[in-house]
Design a protein. Structure first.
Length: 588
């Protein structure tokens, strides 16, 4: 189901600036004014009537020069028979409508026009042109033109998906604007500046991708581009080529970061041109640099259930992604498609947060990964029938997460009393100077996860009855408790009696430092993770107590002072045997 929705979202696209049809009338969109021979209908459902929502985004860089102009009409290219449809305007994909929706009659094939009851005055901010309705069975949305990053957004049932990132054409959707006076025929603009990687280690080379667009109505040669780092001397680039009206190009700007400071640094990029709109020729951007970071592990959250026939595919894909690696912590939540005997209700808090809409799905560090997950959720489908292909698709995104620097550390110390099955957990760590700058507010989540769990029911599609990485319970709130900092250090202690039905030797304690949940669904991103296998602790105890008559035991508090007998709370037991000396932390 989720794969179908993603395909539907992927299939819809976008377009940008149009030809000026009259001196005072401008059509903005990402498709041609006249539907071309290359236009195509994207069928959403061959058998059923389908509801949809779709939109294009007109960025502020384009709208600034049109401030005060009046948007009077929205044009939609459609098949015959689209019904129950309406148009509106928004500031963003998820914000409230700026105008009352305009309900329209059933469409004819080709262009359909919606005249606004009252003209909408352009403010110069981002503007979303939005339409929604019902398509007859076997009919699709009309797309045409060259793909554009702002040209096609489609709602897939849970999130907005940018179909440009999947390589599709633009939606046949335009806004018609009435302008008082003349518009400049020449208008090159810097539309955006993005950085790769997101955080640059000081001393490494940084790379900025500068997007230059032609908002004018004549072809324009690319001018020189200058860039200045932290207000320093401007450097010159001389890109070659030209841009047709409505076209764009990405220019790479590479520069050393030896002189950059910890934290945010400024990059100013300017087009050296004297076109008719100088306001969009310069862009100031901030990029992040760091000098030091902590070792990190990536949290792999896996959403799977026994009744899910495709879930064995997802399992094999994830096994391929992490094969040969140790820099990860894997937790399986048995939610996403029906329930099973391993389902824990707390897991729904995570699945809802990251946007799980089916199974099998996964998320890496609960990070929104454009091109894989949607723009507002972190979960993505992993049901690839070919595990090798799935591994090839997902591995670069896992690498992206694992290479993101950690500005907070996580360390686990655990104790267990085999007789009472009482588990003690102590989590400690520290933060770097940049943590609060980049990630204000942090939670600590502590979970128990079990491997080798045998189920009564068999896994659909594989028949497996042994399952690893099974989420058992949370020792904190499911999405974490706020960290209480003591200077730049934190610590937290927990105790828990393990149920008899759990195999202690197969349990792992998992600790995460994650962002607090936010209202937009992109919160709770994991900043670092660690795990502790109780099997190592139990093996130490078993080895140390073997041949117990020869064992000598002494006890110490956590400061290293000798104790005559174990004290209440945490203590360290030093066990000397013929096989050697071991120290075990205990809780009484």
């Amino acid at each position: 189901m989720i794969q179908t929705l993603r395909t539907f979202a992927a299939v819809l696209l976008a377009c940008f600036v149009q030809t000026l049809s009259a001196q005072t009338t401008l059509r903005l969109g990402y498709c041609p004014d006249e539907i071309s021979d290359q236009a195509s209908y994207l069928t959403l459902n061959s058998n059923l009537e389908t509801r949809f929502r779709a939109a294009i985004v007109l960025p502020a860089s384009r709208m600034q020069s049109l401030k005060g102009a009046k948007l009077t009409k929205i044009r939609v290219g459609a098949p015959e028979g689209m019904s129950g449809w309406y148009v509106t305007l928004r500031k963003s994909l998820t914000s409230a409508a700026l105008i009352k929706t305009v309900d329209l009659p059933t469409t004819k094939a080709g262009w359909n026009e919606a005249v606004l009851p009252e003209p909408f005055e352009i403010t110069g901010e981002d503007l979303v042109v939005y339409y929604a309705g019902k398509l007859p069975a076997g009919k699709g949305l009309l797309t045409d033109g060259q793909p554009n990053p702002n040209g096609c957004y489609v709602y897939d049932g849970s999130d907005w998906v940018n179909a440009y990132e999947l390589g599709y054409k633009p939606l046949a959707l335009q806004a018609e604007i009435e302008v008082e006076g003349e518009l400049p025929a020449n208008d090159l603009a810097i539309e955006s500046c993005t950085f790769e990687p997101q955080f640059c280690h000081i001393g490494d080379e940084a790379c900025a991708k500068v997007r230059v667009a032609n908002y004018g109505f004549t072809e324009a040669a690319l001018p020189q581009l200058t860039y200045s780092l932290n207000g320093g001397e401007a450097q010159i680039l001389a890109p070659e080529g030209s841009l047709a009206p409505s076209a764009f190009t990405d220019i790479e700007v590479k520069f050393p970061t030896d002189g950059c400071a910890d934290g945010y640094n400024a990059l100013t990029v300017t087009l050296q041109t004297t076109d008719g709109n100088p306001d969009n020729n310069t862009l100031d951007s901030q990029f992040a640099c760091y000098a030091e970071a902590y070792p990190r592990k990536t949290l792999l959250e896996h959403f799977t259930t026994l009744p899910c026939v495709n879930c064995p595919y997802g399992l094999n894909v994830l096994r391929g992604v992490v094969s040969g690696r140790s820099d990860y912590v894997w937790v399986a939540h048995h939610v996403g498609y029906m329930k099973d005997e391993l389902t824990v209700n707390d897991s729904y808090k995570v699945s809802s947060l990251v946007g799980v809409a089916g199974a099998p799905m996964a998320s890496f560090d609960r990070t929104v990964l454009p091109g894989l997950s949607s723009n507002t959720s972190a979960a993505f489908s992993i049901g690839y029938g070919n595990p090798q292909y799935g591994k090839e698709v997902l591995s670069p995104y896992f690498d992206q997460c694992s290479s993101t620097p950690a500005f907070v550390s996580v360390h686990l110390d655990c104790t267990i009393d085999p007789a009472t099955r009482r588990l003690g957990v102590e989590v400690t760590g520290e933060r770097g100077a940049l943590l609060d700058l980049f990630y204000p507010g942090q939670n600590l989540s502590v979970w128990l996860v079990e491997d080798g769990v045998e189920t009564k029911d068999k896994q659909k599609g594989s028949g497996d009855q042994i399952h690893d990485n099974v989420f058992r319970t949370a020792l904190t709130a499911m999405l974490g408790d706020a960290i209480e900092w003591n200077g730049n250090a934190y610590s937290a202690s927990f105790s828990y009696t393990l149920p008899e039905t759990w195999n202690a030797e197969n349990l792992r304690v998992v600790a995460l430092v994650n962002r607090p949940e936010t209202s937009d669904g992109t919160g709770a991103q994991v900043l670092n993770a660690e795990q502790f296998a109780l099997s190592t602790l139990l093996a130490d105890i078993a080895d140390a107590t073997a041949g117990s008559p020869a064992a000598q035991r002494t006890f110490f508090d956590l400061s290293g002072r000798a104790l005559a007998a174990p004290a209440p709370g945490f203590c360290i037991e030093r066990i000397a045997t013929p096989q050697g000396i071991r120290s075990v932390k205990r809780v009484k």
